[in-house]
Design a protein around this ligand. Structure first.
Ligand SMILES: [Cu+2]
Length: 507
């Protein structure tokens, strides 16, 4: 039974005429007035996502240009920090359930603050549906004005928020940001690093970042983070980096939207994992627990199984049932039409993701340094796997779906997240990837030992085009990677390897 309704932040033009936003602002102010070591403070919650309190240079918390003025003391005990801080799950199949529990906990503290301030007792966190059309790609105006209607400072306004062009005009670009992930049919792909991560992310233990993001996490999640945060004059916006992101009040409206998309994806009939290692969380393998300080003073040690359906929880979303059903067979019908294959008896079942086995077709030879004008990787292709791809295309039918082809950009490392990379193959644009989480993932003492981020892009279309033009008997491909924002000399970014895989479509 849902008691609370999370509403669209753009109601009443996204201004303070929307009472959900006015009460949010006041409650954020109340939580910000509490001390860093208070488990119900704004700062404590931000540190639960991730923190750079001890760093003395930017993005150290003490160096962030306010507002807000971010405290670095008093810090809680080491055991409290070890229990609660630096907990956010990224590049992991725990990404959505962990953030769901995190929002529930914070929303409880905010609601109590709303009620204490004389507000409605059914207040709930609004969501920012940037992909919802009608100008919603812009940040709701309540977040960019310096004052509340009564003249007091607006706690939703933050200084370090620069936008996609670094000029404080805050919006997201569509494309490259899209809701295409909602068409996925698998939550998690293969366990292997060399295949797709699926909608919800790759199998993992407790993962504070590093490796491959799930498709919802890649786009829109990671892209929205770096476009809202942006960068200017060698510093970057709070939203651009997980160790400062949850200091920005827009963070939670972005995550409410990601949470809403997950619920909508389930409402379309897609299933969450039933693997006990997912249901029980990282505790199942003896790893760190998910712990939230709740408004009643208790600690909630939660598992994904407790939060994997809104029917188990006390809230729902306005507009959840208005999502239109993406036609599963659409992409395959389009592909087959292009390849000249009859689609008369194509079923939804045939369009379901079944890719299981993958094989390397080729990779470039050495690590690359990425500079402002980009880099080109020359990927040599092996004859035998390429022949298998050609044969799968030649013999394609609705009962024998040709191979899918994936491009991997592996072990990307660096010390600034606020960027997106534009990727093209043989001069054909493929997609953008977001570097959100790069800095954490590159630290040698991090959870994944500093192996960086890896990106997996579907380039099946490029190979289909080569096949149609009878040009698939090739020895190499050129992969061009160009950053959207310039890379300063102090922000070296490296790419470990660029590789191409085929994935056989089983039946
Ligand atoms: Cu996030």
């Amino acid at each position: 039974m849902s008691t609370y309704l999370r509403n669209n932040a753009w109601n009443n033009q996204g201004t303070f005429d929307n009472s959900d936003l006015l009460w949010y602002a006041k409650a954020v102010g109340a939580l910000q007035s509490r001390a860093l070591d208070d488990e119900s403070s704004w700062w404590f919650f931000a540190a639960m996502h991730g923190e750079y309190i001890e760093e003395s240079t930017f993005p150290g918390w003490g160096t962030i240009p306010g507002p807000p003025v971010v405290p670095v003391a008093p810090v809680p005990s080491a055991s409290v920090q070890g229990k609660f801080w630096n907990q956010c799950q990224h590049q992991s199949w725990y990404f959505v359930p962990w953030h769901r529990g995190y929002l529930i906990a914070l929303e409880g503290h905010l609601r109590k603050a709303v009620i204490d301030l004389g507000g409605p007792d059914d207040w709930a966190l609004p969501y920012w549906n940037y992909l919802g059309g009608d100008g919603q790609y812009k940040i709701p105006p309540a977040f960019t004005q310096k004052n509340l209607p009564d003249g007091a400072a607006n706690p939703l306004y933050v200084n370090a928020r620069f936008g996609p062009k670094g000029d404080r005009n805050i919006y997201i670009e569509i494309p490259p940001i899209s809701g295409d992930c909602q068409k996925n049919t698998l939550y998690t792909g293969s366990n292997s690093q060399t295949t797709r991560p699926g909608y919800g992310g790759p199998k993992s233990g407790f993962s504070h970042g590093g490796n491959v993001s799930g498709n919802l996490e890649s786009n829109p999640h990671n892209k929205v983070h770096v476009q809202v945060g942006g960068q200017a004059n060698d510093i970057w916006g709070l939203m651009s980096d997980p160790g400062i992101a949850a200091l920005d009040p827009i963070f939670y409206l972005h995550h409410a939207n990601i949470d809403r998309m997950w619920a909508a994806w389930n409402a379309l009939g897609n299933s969450n994992p039933t693997d006990p290692n997912w249901l029980k969380g990282p505790t199942a393998s003896g790893d760190r627990k998910f712990m939230m300080p709740m408004v009643d003073g208790t600690t909630w040690n939660f598992t994904p199984a407790e939060v994997d359906s809104l029917s188990k929880l006390d809230y729902t979303y306005e507009g959840l049932d208005t999502e239109s059903e993406p036609l599963l067979a659409d992409a395959l019908t389009k592909r087959f039409t292009k390849l000249g294959i009859n689609t008369d008896n194509l079923t939804i079942d045939a369009a379901m993701d079944k890719g299981e086995t993958s094989e390397l077709i080729g990779a470039n030879e050495k690590a690359l340094h990425l500079q402002s004008d980009g880099v080109k990787a020359n990927v040599k292709l092996s004859k035998q796997p390429l022949k298998t791809v050609r044969n799968s295309l030649k013999s394609a039918s609705i009962s024998s779906i040709p191979d899918h082809i994936y491009l991997q950009i592996e072990n990307v490392k660096g010390n600034i997240d606020a960027n997106m990379l534009s990727v093209s193959v043989n001069d054909t644009y493929v997609d953008h990837v977001s570097l959100f989480g790069l800095r954490n993932a590159s630290k040698a003492d991090g959870h994944h030992g500093g192996e960086g981020l890896t990106f997996i892009l579907n380039i099946t279309d490029v190979f289909d085009d080569l096949h149609i033009n009878d040009a698939l008997d090739i020895n190499e491909l050129d992969v061009k990677i160009v950053p959207d924002n310039d890379i300063a000399a102090s922000h070296d970014i490296t790419i470990g390897r660029v590789s191409i895989y085929r994935e056989q479509q089983g039946s």
